[in-house]
Design a protein around this ligand. Structure first.
Ligand code: ADP
Ligand code: PHD
Length: 457
């Protein structure tokens, strides 16, 4: 193994499709073996596992459904272990993980939903992946070891959507992780952490990217690599816009806007730790590692007005009306305080004399999949205002530079989609985005039209 240099450590994250089966894990191992600077590897659960664990964690399935979900998860994990032929210790560990899944899912459906148990259950998908990849690397002759991310990723106790504690993570990484890096390639889990009482927490759906960024920040890594099933960040989700193309370089600010406004390629919070620590981020494809991919950095050579588009479906528009709002102070503060208590973040906002309209993201990043607008929330809002909730909406974001200071951008948007209804528009808060709220049924047409107009000319 090449001599370990603290300043050149690379953290590499492999997503669910990249660890879906043994051939996929072999591709991860090829990438790791080809670059000795990769000392920390962060993995997600194999594709399809977290969705099934989420279904089990809701505790609503009957015995037959529960058994079906468990046997599907077991089939995925056994197909990997069957081909990998791991040591008896690994097989015993796998049996322990799978029987814990059965135990926890039975508890949640019989005794009732308990947030800490839900997270303990969800974490088992990632635990299986890190165990398998560490074993595969060992079989290939690398000194690797499976490391429990809960030892380092300290969070608050908001199970299902826990918030990381970067300072504490830095200290724990120094104590428990750094000393291992000289001798080992460490494989660990994304998505999971622990609270101050050492209970397992999860960071919200898609949270493995964030875990990897937190490890990179804590280690002051030379780079963070996000390996996935596409060869970089595209000008738009290639599943939505077939003519989208990969972007060579993008700034942290632009990539963060893309992630926030729906580009599933990165978890929205991923870039904060990377940006704080000035760690450049590479996004590449596990199947085609030789392709150039995308680099996310502080500065890029080109600064186009329009760099990319993103789409977030499942938007909810909440309109709050109250005559008390007229010339009154504190109405918005009260409204936002209630939303904050329910841990709901607001994206777009417009106001009129007696009403305020807000968009809320209902796609739900909560790992447990609990719904966003609860009856408790509506009951708390009732004394303050009349509330109307509209769904079936989508948010389309145009992302780039100086959008709010460039003439004709907004007029071009309106011209290009003149026949579609724009329910709400938001421009000016950031020079990096212009957002429109449209009917979900129109979203695909609008996205393709704007892509042709702004990015294919
Ligand atoms: N702008 C974009 N560029 C590339 N991929 C995107 C973009 N927006 C959304 N995606 C989607 O993100 C997917 C990768 O994210 P995800 O499925 O979470 O991967 P992983 O399991 O590796 O974390 C791609 O398959 C692609 O369809
Ligand atoms: N397994 C978790 C965490 C994650 O980030 O997965 P992926 O890297 O496959 O998006 C989830 O599905 O939410």
């Amino acid at each position: 193994m090449q001599k370990y240099l603290e300043s050149s450590v690379i953290v590499a994250k492999f997503g669910g499709t990249s660890v879906a089966d043994l051939p996929a894990l072999q591709r991860c191992a090829d990438i790791i073996q080809a670059n000795p600077a990769i000392r920390v590897v962060v993995v997600s659960a194999a594709a399809g596992v977290t969705n099934r664990l989420v279904a089990l964690a809701k505790g609503k399935s009957n015995d037959a459904e529960r058994m079906q979900l468990l046997s599907e998860i077991m089939a995925i994990q056994h197909s990997i272990s069957g081909e990998l032929l791991p040591t008896p210790e690994i097989n015993a560990q796998l049996r322990e993980y799978l029987s814990r899944m059965a135990e926890l899912s039975a508890y949640l459906s019989e005794v009732g939903v308990e947030a800490s148990k839900q997270d303990e259950l969800l974490a088992l998908g990632e635990r299986c992946s890190s165990m398998f990849l560490a074993e595969l690397l060992r079989q290939r002759g690398l000194t690797s070891r499976d490391f429990d991310a809960c030892q380092v990723i300290r969070t608050d106790s908001h199970f299902g959507n826990a918030e990381a504690r970067p300072m504490r993570i830095g200290m724990l990484a120094k104590e428990y992780l750094k000393p291992l890096l000289e001798n080992y390639c460490v494989v660990t889990q994304g998505f999971i952490g622990s609270d101050a009482a050492d209970r397992v927490t999860t960071l919200g759906r898609g949270g493995s990217d964030l875990s990897a960024a937190l490890f990179a920040e804590a280690l002051k890594a030379h780079a963070l690599q996000i390996w996935t099933d596409v060869d970089g960040i595209y000008t738009c989700d290639p599943r939505q816009v077939p003519s989208a193309r990969p972007i060579a370089e993008i700034t942290f600010a632009e990539a963060a806007e893309m992630a926030t406004f729906g580009a599933k390629i990165l978890h929205p919070a991923t870039l904060l730790p990377a940006q704080r620590a000035q760690v450049p981020v590479f996004v590449g494809c596990t199947r085609e590692p030789e392709k150039p991919g995308t680099w996310i950095k502080s500065k890029t050579q080109q600064r186009p007005v329009c760099r990319a588009l993103s789409l977030r479906r499942g938007q909810v528009l909440l309109t709050a009306r109250s005559l008390n709002m007229l010339h009154a102070r504190g109405f918005l503060a009260e409204l936002f305080a209630i939303l904050a208590r329910h841990r709901i973040s607001v994206d777009l906002i417009t106001t009129s004399e007696v009403s305020v309209a807000l968009t809320l993201d209902a796609t739900g990043s909560h790992s447990s999949g609990n719904s966003l607008i609860s009856n408790e929330l509506l009951a708390e809002l009732a004394p303050l205002c009349d509330v109307e909730v509209e769904d079936g909406l989508a948010l389309v974001a145009i992302i780039g530079h100086e959008l709010s200071n460039t003439p004709e951008v907004a007029s071009r948007v309106f011209q290009m989609i003149a026949k579609k209804n724009i329910r709400m528009i938001s421009q000016g808060a950031s020079p990096n985005n212009l957002c429109i709220l449209v009917r979900e049924d129109d979203a695909s047409d609008i996205l393709n039209t704007l892509h042709r107009g702004f990015l294919e000319t």
